[in-house]
Design a protein around this ligand. Structure first.
Ligand code: FAD
Ligand code: SIN
Length: 529
């Protein structure tokens, strides 16, 4: 029998997990675990803000229209309507929690414009919206006595009996294994962009929730749709720094080092096209001209305006030797967001009873083949709230975990340095599963990942990994393998997935998602979102 139990256990303390925790605390006791310590996850890095129509000329219908246009025929329309319609209430709820969104006047939020949106509609806290959301929700979670918040605790695996999730194995900060008996488990672990060599954040987004769900028998959906943000500061050797799309919303232009503005040759919407199209245009120009970056220029705007609107980015760039009020900034696309995730129904329920997924971990069908900017934080808040409601309806009583066998810590030090393994995988994904794909490169990626998978000794039921880094690596490796298989399987180009063999969208595949399971030889198309 285990001494550790939780009625509701939430894995992850980003926007989705914290929202779900606060809502669950209204009706039961909750435990939140986070492998990080302090504000972390992609949430803490989010800049632009949260999309919600609020101008008199704007409407929820137009926000829905933009979301569907970006999603390129793969969105689940029911999910889009459900989630986007709740955007204004979500902003109000966050504001009530204490998030200090900027106002333009007494009864109107200050709104940013981002790619793919027909109106300014991105509510923000200057250029550090995610940090403000993270801090505020963490303060709230630490307040009520009904929430136990354990930082530095990593979920390793789900305990499933007869298709019901009854518990979870947790690695504690002292590297021991703690099995917990649970009523309901919510996976809120973010995405898997850390599979790529260049990403917009250095948080370990290693797809742990996806990997755990996959091992437990759940289906993962649409894993080929990895979003690359067009503009990450090019500054080799330094931690990544995203340059928010809101800069382009305020007039920043993309150009080549020779001064030529190139977006107009690629897209009628130019710098404000959806980001798949902007990232592909940059990639194409970099390859055509043999460049290692292009330039993003906002220096034509008044310096005071730039400093007031982007205080964080202005300061971070200055620290790296770039004054954005005076000069263009070198930029490259970088891995940013995982549109695919654990397949869930409209209540966030996975295929395993008592197991839910929220936020970037889940594939709700909102984003389809390409996420519209600033729709992710929105999805985190909505799905966090919805799952809490569903848990209340379904129930959440923790049972007992009987006869938990003793397990022995497994060291993989014989495998060599963990950094080398990470670097190898990240290079494979960056070079072969990037913005423009081909069959030959995807096959070579599959082979490279297979070699890595075969080198790893089995972590069987008598052992557990007591190294966070190795556990993360095995998770990201298994999710990356499925992402490559999904990319190879989809015989068309759509949204974020572009492949040279099939450069056109295939209308027969409208609404056809890729679904994969661990025991399937290859993914399958399904129209169930
Ligand atoms: P995350 O915020 O990633 O949190 C994951 C949590 O899970 C963390 O607490 C982590 O420690 C924990 N965790 C992971 N694995 C485990 C494990 N095994 N055990 C225990 N804990 C675990 N979206 C927008 O809508 N607007 C924006 O302006 C915006 N800007 C962005 C800027 C950047 C640089 C990035 C990277 C993303 C941005 N996004 C934006 C996307 C958005 O921030 C994320 O999709 C969203 O924050 C994801 O939230 P989440 O709660 O699902 O996961
Ligand atoms: C940004 O600020 O450009 C990021 C917005 C997003 O990823 O939604």
């Amino acid at each position: 029998m285990t001494d550790h139990r939780a009625s509701v256990l939430i894995v992850g303390a980003g926007a989705a997990g914290l929202t779900c925790a606060l809502q669950c605390a209204e009706f039961t006791d909750v435990t939140v675990i986070s492998k990080g310590v302090g504000p972390d996850g992609a949430t803490a890095y989010a800049q632009g803000g949260i999309a919600a129509a609020s101008l008199p000329s704007d409407s929820i219908d137009q926000h829905i229209e933009d979301t569907l246009k970006a999603g390129a025929g793969l969105n689940d329309i029911e999910a889009v309507i459900r989630i986007i319609s709740q955007a204004p209430q979500c902003v109000t709820w966050l504001s009530q929690q204490g998030v200090p969104f900027v106002k333009a006047k007494e009864d109107q939020w200050a709104l940013g414009l981002e790619g793919g949106h027909q109106h300014p509609r991105v509510v923000h806290v200057a250029d550090r919206t995610g940090w403000a959301i993270s801090q505020t929700l963490r303060d709230q979670v630490n307040a009520p006595p009904k929430i136990q918040f354990l930082e530095g605790y990593m979920a390793l695996d789900l305990i499933v009996q007869d298709q019901r999730c009854v518990g979870i194995d947790i690695l504690t900060p002292d590297h021991t294994l703690q099995p917990w008996a649970t009523g309901a488990v919510v996976l809120a672990t973010g995405g898997f962009s850390a599979a790529y060599l260049h990403a917009t954040h250095d948080h370990k987004a290693s797809g742990d929730g996806l990997a755990m769900a996959l091992r437990a028998g759940c289906a993962l959906m649409d894993l080929e749709f990895n979003q690359f943000h067009p503009t990450c500061l090019y500054c080799p050797g330094q931690p990544p720094l995203l340059l928010s799309e809101a800069l382009r919303g305020e007039g920043a232009r993309l150009r080549l080092p020779n001064g030529e503005y190139f977006m107009k040759q690629f897209d009628a919407d130019q710098e404000l096209a959806p980001r798949d199209r902007v990232a592909r245009a940059i990639d194409s120009e970099m390859k055509r001209c043999g460049l290692n970056h292009v330039l993003l220029d906002i220096s034509h705007q008044p310096a005071e305006k730039i400093q007031a609107r982007f205080p964080h980015l202005y300061k971070r760039c200055l620290e790296r030797g770039f004054d954005m009020t005076q000069e263009p900034l070198p930029v490259v696309p970088a891995a940013h967001y995982s549109c695919g995730g654990v397949h869930v129904d409209s209540n966030g329920q996975t295929e395993i009873f008592n197991l839910y997924a929220v936020g970037e971990t889940a594939c709700t069908g909102l984003h389809g083949a390409n996420r519209l900017a600033s729709n992710s934080l929105l999805e985190c808040i909505v799905t966090g709230m919805e799952v809490a409601r569903q848990i209340q309806v379904v129930g959440f009583e923790a049972g007992t975990l009987e006869a938990v066998p003793q397990r022995f810590a497994l060291s993989l030090s014989s495998m060599g340095s963990i950094e080398q393994h990470w670097h190898k995988l990240q290079s494979i994904m960056w070079n072969s599963v990037g913005i423009v794909r081909s069959d030959a490169r995807l096959i070579s990626a599959m082979e490279g990942i297979q070699v890595e998978l075969e080198r790893i000794p089995a972590v069987d039921k008598s052992s557990y990994l007591n190294s966070i880094e190795w556990a993360e690596y095995l998770n990201v490796l298994s999710v990356a393998a499925e992402s490559v298989r999904s990319a190879y399987f989809r015989r068309e180009s759509r949204g974020l997935h572009y492949t040279v063999e099939c450069p056109q969208l295939n209308p027969m595949l409208n609404g056809q998602h890729t679904l994969i399971r661990q025991d399937w030889d290859q993914p399958r198309y399904t129209d169930k979102a």
